[in-house]
Design a protein around this ligand. Structure first.
Ligand code: SAH
Length: 391
């Protein structure tokens, strides 16, 4: 195994359990020849004290993903055990009314580079590191044996996989995809477009927040901005909303949203679906909404984008708060890792102050239990939200 020797004083995060070694923390790599992407490595301090075993990839600025503190090769038994531990956590989420959730959440389940989502009786697999890619077949076999899925669909085209030099993948690798993949979430039905959809097809991470919306949407005039396949819209209708406007810049997303409202027998007049830039739409909106949802895509990809992203979040929250009917409810989110809960609250509170309205905080929201994060890897805590009441 190659040895990766860290620079002086760069060992603390690893000792604390952080799973990433950045290129800038490495003094030297010892071994025969050039390491292959995903090759296993021992990580040592500057004084050659052993820290742990991980896997290496020179193509990525995250050079090493740590896997274990034991000085032995990473083996399949350990991977299987971690998969079993991850699966056990999800048992309480799946039931009659919900048959989709994230089963394996990469670093958050101590399996860096491995994401597995359950969609009904099938799975969507996403491998984002060269090191995990080396165990691909074994992982597929292990999932097939543990869960007997009807299909395993593989997607690897996200930026993380590209950064690691992995080929794009978008195909069914086990069993066969049903013609129409329908899932259930808190009793509602949604079609998941694994082949053409965003992320791995559905935004599973908003499941509990969508359910919370039901408490506030009865009789409301709702605007679901950044709606994608209509998850929040459907929950608003389920709660008995008076009217729901479903807004997204993607026409394909809106088509899917329309279809999803139809699956649940909710109204779907053309005029309720608005293909528009949400920033512009809210600035020009004439309807007084009593409930607005803002669930935008990641505005900050890196900490360098933080300022620009903050302006985006402030802008859109200010527009929403301004047009809200008295005692209106705002569900507002950020899924940017680089914007933490404290900063997000500051941005939204600044927007509220600028609006001149009185605003209360009802809930602070986060990602659900099937998207856990490792306490030593705070980058895994990406979804944050607030529910505000605008007087
Ligand atoms: N709320 C959704 C997930 C939202 S994902 C759910 O619960 O499933 C973010 C969505 O924002 C995507 O569908 C994307 O098409 C849309 N989007 C991105 N930029 C936008 C913009 N400027 N205006 C409106 N929609 C936008």
């Amino acid at each position: 195994m190659i040895n990766v020797i860290l620079k002086k004083d760069r060992d603390k995060p690893i000792r604390m359990g952080h799973p990433w070694v950045f290129s800038g923390a490495i003094e030297q790599v010892e071994g025969v020849g050039k390491p292959e992407p995903g090759e296993q490595c021992r990580v040592l301090t500057n004084k050659k004290e052993f820290l742990g075993v991980g896997y290496y990839n020179e193509k990525s600025t995250i050079r090493v993903r740590m896997f274990q503190a034991q000085d032995k090769p990473i083996d399949l038994t350990e991977i299987r055990e971690r998969i079993d531990i991850a699966l056990a956590l999800r048992q309480s989420i799946l039931n009659e009314s919900t048959n989709a959730c994230r089963l394996i959440n990469s670093e958050g389940d101590f399996l860096p580079g491995l994401i597995v989502d359950k969609y009904g009786s099938g799975l969507c697999l996403q491998i984002t590191t060269a090191g995990m890619e080396r165990f691909r077949m074994e992982i597929v076999n292990c999932l097939a044996a543990a869960l007997s899925p009807r299909f395993i669909y593989e997607r690897a085209e996200n930026e993380a996989a590209t950064r690691e030099g992995l080929a794009a993948k978008n195909s069914c690798i086990h069993g066969s995809l049903p013609e129409k993949l329908l899932i259930r979430e808190h009793g509602l039905q949604f079609r998941v477009d694994l082949e053409g959809g965003q992320k791995t097809g559905f935004f599973l991470d908003q499941r509990h927040n969508r359910l919370l919306l039901r408490k506030y949407a009865a009789g409301a005039t709702v605007c679901d901005c950044f709606a994608y396949s209509g998850g929040f819209s459907a929950n608003a209708w389920a709660a008995g909303a008076r009217l729901v406007h479903t807004v997204d810049s993607s026409k394909d997303a809106l088509e899917l949203a329309k279809e999803n409202l139809a699956h649940n027998k909710f109204p779907r007049e053309e005029s309720n679906f608005i293909a528009a830039d949400a920033f512009e739409f809210l600035r020009g909106a004439t309807t007084k909404y009593s409930c607005i949802i803002l669930d935008p895509p990641k505005f900050a990809r890196h900490s360098a984008d933080r300022e620009r992203a903050s302006r985006g979040y402030k802008d859109i929250n200010l527009s929403a708060i301004k047009i809200m009917a008295p005692q209106g409810i705002l569900f507002t989110f950020s899924c940017s890792q680089a914007i933490d809960q404290t900063l997000f609250s500051q941005i939204v509170f600044a927007a509220a102050a600028d609006s001149g309205r009185q605003v209360q905080v009802l809930h602070r929201l986060s990602q659900p239990t099937d998207h856990p994060f490792n306490i030593a890897h705070r980058e895994g805590e990406y979804l944050k939200g607030l529910v505000l009441r605008v007087i």
